[in-house]
Design a protein around this ligand. Structure first.
Ligand SMILES: Cc1cc2nc3c(=O)[nH]c(=O)nc-3n(C[C@H](O)[C@H](O)[C@H](O)COP(=O)(O)O)c2cc1C
Length: 348
């Protein structure tokens, strides 16, 4: 079954949910163009999520996807937190950040009962998760309105695990992908595969439809993934320059320039490996460091540096999330970009 049948889509194109750089506007544009628009909720309060879902409901009758992180929050570790702040202290001094005002605590909330209840009011047709799946009782709440349920797999083992728990489709997230790695069974990064290696192996291992993600930037890339057995694609980075995205000025500039040729997996911004453009904090503190508190606790101490630097027009301390392939990034409406991705597909 192809995802256009599965989700009642005209085009087998899913716009990747991208927390922090988009809201309902991008999702609406892609859904109305015949793809599947996604609303990322990892950084939204429940009230903000409600407002965004209401906006989507007003603007489209097409299917859309709502996305959540489902990590287990770590226990606070004061010693690690102190060591992290000590490592960042020279930057607080340089940027005149008052360390008494540096917040602590999580920046990204996992899927919860409260969220599930609010979501039920809207009964979105597709719900996707990153970092595995929520606990069985929470997932049952979601299944009550019979949405299609998706989650990311970064290995064949994760794909089998998700299939055994009844997901409707699996997003095979290759190592080229921008943003957080979705791994959840093992954090051994040597097991992470590129999209070209990962997709056919997952296709062979499971019966549910597989959606390829990571490094796909044009119609040829889409066609290649379909040829490898994917039922559809999920594309993130290429949408980041669209006017409907809320990508910051420093992030847009980095994506459009030479800097975007250098990406790395880094844990300095959140505590979990995620792919972003190499900037000063990655070069000097990371890209991977044992000092960063566990996900998502690393964020709080870095945020004031980001704010102070961005106020001066600098992206030195900003998470410039990006995949390895920025060749598809274009400052054109998301609907036009979606149609470009689907150009020449047999069904069109
Ligand atoms: C800026 C950015 C933010 C992201 N945030 C999320 C997110 O909130 N939830 C999620 O499931 N995936 C997130 N991802 C990962 C995407 O779902 C997807 O795996 C990735 O964008 C595909 O690779 P590409 O960026 O090369 O197209 C993010 C990716 C980017 C680039």
């Amino acid at each position: 079954m192809t995802p256009d049948r599965l989700f009642d889509l005209d085009l087998p194109i899913i716009q990747a949910p991208m927390a922090g750089v988009q809201g309902s506007a991008l999702a609406i544009a892609v859904s109305n163009a015949g793809g599947l628009g996604s609303l990322p909720c990892a950084l939204l309060s429940v009230d903000a999520m409600r407002a965004e879902l209401a906006a989507i409901r007003r603007a489209t009758t097409r299917p859309y996807n709502v996305n959540f992180f489902c990590h287990t929050p770590p226990a606070a570790d004061a010693a690690r937190e102190d060591a992290w702040r000590d490592r960042l202290r020279p930057y607080y001094d340089e940027l005149d950040v008052d360390t008494r005002n540096v917040p602590s605590g999580p920046g990204r909330a996992p899927f919860s009962r409260e969220i599930a209840d609010a979501l039920g009011e809207f009964a979105p047709p597709v719900v996707s998760f990153h970092f595995g799946l929520p606990a069985a009782d929470l997932l049952d709440r979601v299944r009550a309105w019979r949405p299609k349920v998706l989650s990311s797999a970064t290995t064949v083992e994760e794909a089998r695990w998700l299939e055994a728990r009844g997901v409707d489709a699996i997003i095979a997230q290759g190592l080229e992908a921008g943003g957080h790695r979705g791994h959840f069974l093992s954090d051994d990064l040597t097991a992470q595969l590129g999209t070209f290696a990962l997709v056919p192996q997952i296709v062979k291992a499971v019966r549910v439809p597989v959606i390829a993600a990571g490094g796909i930037a044009d119609a040829a890339g889409v066609a290649a993934m379909l040829a490898l057995g994917a039922a559809g694609v999920q594309i993130g980075t290429a949408y980041l320059l669209c006017p409907e995205a809320t990508t910051s000025a420093v992030h847009r500039a980095a994506l459009a320039g030479d800097a975007a040729r250098h990406t790395a997996l880094t844990n300095v911004f959140t505590g979990r490996p995620a792919r972003g453009i190499v900037n000063r904090i990655l070069r000097e503190v990371g890209p991977m460091t044992d000092l960063a508190p566990a996900f998502p606790l690393a964020t709080a101490a870095v945020s004031p540096l980001r704010q102070a630097a961005e106020a001066k027009g600098s992206g030195d301390f900003s998470p410039l999330w990006s995949g390895q392939n920025t060749s598809g990034c274009q400052p054109i409406p998301a609907a036009d970009l979606t149609r470009l991705f689907a150009k020449n597909l047999p069904s069109n």
